[in-house]
Design a protein around this ligand. Structure first.
Ligand code: PEP
Ligand code: MG
Length: 590
């Protein structure tokens, strides 16, 4: 039994089988010549990988899920195919190339032949062949990762595990892109563990909003587990237990069951809170909105009591497809969100692409520091056609409700002015075409770069609202990659420097009479919300799953207390002391 520590990214406890999710395109297939004498050893490696892969597939079979079993069974048959396997052997002996490159070529040829038929069923089988033999390839490469003679070879089309993820399994990967996470939403996985990633990485944010337990930054896990191995995922304490002893399994299963009970008790509290306002004991009213990635999350947000959408991350619409969504597709998506939210505001952030959320158009541009590079508003201002199309779609949807537009990653006034003039162009185009839109549509910016927080007073004069994005603000203020588990200890929202930037923004908003809200993950944490109320913040947007807990805290608290605590906190120097101060005051409410 081994306990590995990581970062708690989404609460919940699961005990279940592992599914290793391969890095897309990360494997490259070595290619080199071998002697006739060496061929037998290569064949034996292939044979051993076949046996291991068959075992893994059998372990993934689960009597309860017929669809999953059918796919696994088909793949098992492929790994024993009486025609294909001997053909691999014949090719190995004919070409005298290493087994990986022989297998790669054979699988590619078989898959291309099936695809060339144009038949949907046969094309699906091509994916199965790639998936099943991709598993064999990965097993061979793991057993013998870097043969001396290997030349860098072509990238593999073999993507073990990307075909589907068996429901009920715990997905384990080095890292996954937000676009991949999106495709996993309805796969039925029971948990996510990544070797990389931080608590505010986009995958963590998505996992929380889909209520899938997750732990990030668990280094070395992939080396320790195979498909089908049972592990414990403790998303509460940020732990993974490999080869758990029987008593640990039963302990965690009991904890998981009591969590379910707790959740139903929470559901009752939630229901009671639903109609109640987010108001402190001394009558200060807060607004709680939800963060979403796609319009189909709006109904859930409403069920949790969201008073609007405070952050609609529009880039997920772009990430969900290989081609850029056109104006009509975007208009339909934005309109759906606004209509579903009825009279409440829906703040839609314009495309925040780049860095970890690379869209198809950006992939050929390689950057040394993508987090400091061509992303968000910088990218949009270089791609004005695309930006104008999005703004037209947003403006048209604004005719159907209280839609507000928000620009991400604004660094200075010049960028804001440029974005506003593209917005004016989009308005003029719609006016020329006599298409309806809300001429007074509210426009805001995200404050997520320290430079913007410092100059928030200047920016505030040109906008209707500002929303603090602490996920990036902390990253840039502390010079710490939000996905890097190694330096995660520096990533702390209670750092005095971060708090000062937040306070500057809130004060700039108050002075200019402009609404300030927060949509970073900090806004979903009750202790932080208490401190922020004391600093003058009144609007919070968070994953819908956090709304009830935050509201519960607000209704127990008094604003007078919060102001007193915030004043003392601003005089402290260590995040630890600030956290302790806040928590001690919160204890008095229990
Ligand atoms: C933020 O940076 O706080 C934010 C809300 O945006 P994202 O997490 O999408 O970068
Ligand atoms: Mg951000």
């Amino acid at each position: 039994m081994r306990k590995l520590e990581g970062l708690s990214a989404s609460p919940g406890i699961v005990v279940g089988p592992v599914f290793r999710y391969a890095d897309e395109g990360a494997v490259s297939i070595p290619k080199y010549e071998i002697s006739r004498d060496e061929a037998e050893a290569h064949w034996r490696r292939f044979d051993a990988a076949l046996v291991k892969s068959r075992n893994e597939l059998s372990l993934l079979m689960d009597g309860r899920n017929k669809e999953q079993n059918d796919i696994l069974e088909a793949q098992l048959l492929m790994l024993s195919d009486p025609e294909f396997i001997p053909q691999v052997r014949a090719e190995l002996e004919r070409t005298l190339l290493n087994i990986e490159s022989v297998l790669h070529a054979k699988v590619d040829a078989a898959a291309s032949m099936l695809r060339s038929t144009g038949d949907a069923y046969l094309s699906e089988r091509a994916v199965d062949i790639e998936d099943a033999f991709g598993r064999v390839m990965n097993n061979m490469l793991q057993a013998d990762p870097a043969p001396d003679k290997a030349s860098p070879g072509q990238p593999s089309s073999a993507k073990a595990g990307t075909r589907f993820v068996p429901p009920g399994t715990i997905l384990v990967a080095r890292n996954i892109k937000p676009s991949e996470a999106l495709s996993l939403r309805d796969s039925g996985i029971s948990g996510i563990v990544l070797e990389e990633g931080g608590a505010t990485s986009h995958v963590a944010i998505l996992a929380r909003s889909w209520k899938i337990p997750a732990v990030m930054g668990v280094r070395g896990l992939l080396e320790l587990v195979s498909d089908g191995d049972e592990v414990v995922l403790d998303g509460v304490d940020g732990l993974v237990i490999v080869e758990p002893a029987a008593d640990a399994v039963s302990l965690y299963r009991t904890r998981a069951t009591s969590e379910v009970r707790l959740k139903s008790a929470e559901a009752a509290v939630r229901a009671a809170l639903l109609g109640a306002p987010a108001e402190t004991r001394d009558g200060a009213r807060m607004t709680l909105r939800a963060n979403i990635a796609l319009s189909d999350e709006v109904p859930d947000a409403k069920l949790e009591g969201a008073e609007g959408i405070g952050l609609f991350r529009s880039e997920f619409l772009f990430l969900a497809s290989e081609t850029l969504p056109d104006e009509e597709t975007q208009y339909a998506e934005y309109r759906r969100a606004v209509e579903c939210m009825k009279d409440c505001p829906v703040i839609i952030r314009t495309l925040d692409a780049g860095a970890d959320k690379m869209i198809a158009d950006q992939r050929d541009y390689v950057e040394k520091n993508p987090l400091l590079g061509w992303r968000a508003i910088r990218y949009c201002l270089d791609r004005k056609d695309l930006f104008r199309a999005q703004l037209r779609a947003l403006l048209r949807a604004s005719a159907h409700g209280d839609l507000r537009v928000m620009f991400p990653m604004i660094a200075n006034l010049g960028e804001l002015e440029s974005a506003l003039s593209v917005l004016d162009e989009a308005k003029a185009e719609l006016a020329r075409k006599k298409l309806p839109f809300n001429r007074r549509m509210k426009v805001g910016i995200m404050i997520e770069i320290p430079a913007a927080a410092v100059c928030a007073d200047q920016l505030a004069k040109r906008v209707d609202f500002m929303s603090i994005g602490t996920n990036d603000l902390i990253q840039y203020a502390m010079a710490v990659d939000r996905e890097n588990a190694k330096v995660a200890h520096l990533y702390d929202c209670f750092n005095p420097a971060v708090l000062r930037l937040i306070r500057m923004t809130i004060e700039a908003g108050i002075d200019a009479g402009v609404d300030v809200s927060m949509c970073g993950e900090m806004a979903g944490d009750p202790a932080s919300v208490f401190l922020l109320m004391g600093m003058g913040l009144r609007n919070f947007s968070m994953s819908a799953a956090h709304i009830a807990t935050v509201k519960e805290l607000i209704r127990k608290a008094s604003l007078r207390d919060a102001i007193e605590v915030a004043e003392s906190a601003m005089g402290l120097t260590a995040p630890r002391e600030i956290r302790k101060l806040v928590q001690e005051r919160l204890k008095t409410y229990e």
